[in-house]
Design a protein around this ligand. Structure first.
Ligand SMILES: [Zn+2]
Length: 85
């Protein structure tokens, strides 16, 4: 990662961090990845990952035997609400 400015908000600075990331592995599986190296915007919080980090998340998520444990997540479908305009 070369740039140190956030493309998303264009004002923040990117700082190297370790984050918890929900990685989507297929349509029905989300893998909770802990300790993932990322660059996080100090203004808007947008996260950026190096390509090799994304590739590693993809590789790890396929090795289901190495997953530490399963957790359940509640699922919710957001319905339209009336907004005051
Ligand atoms: Zn930003």
């Amino acid at each position: 990662m070369k740039a140190d400015r956030c493309d998303f908000c264009s004002s923040g600075r990117l700082l190297p961090r370790r984050v918890r990331h929900l990685y989507r592995a297929g349509r029905r599986v989300l893998v909770v990845m802990d300790n993932v190296p990322a660059y996080v915007c100090n203004q808007c919080g947008h996260r950026y990952f190096d390509g090799e980090v994304v590739e590693e998340m993809d590789r790890v998520s396929r090795r289901r035997s190495q997953l530490k444990r399963k957790v359940t997540l509640p699922q919710f479908t957001f319905r339209a609400v009336k907004t005051a305009r």
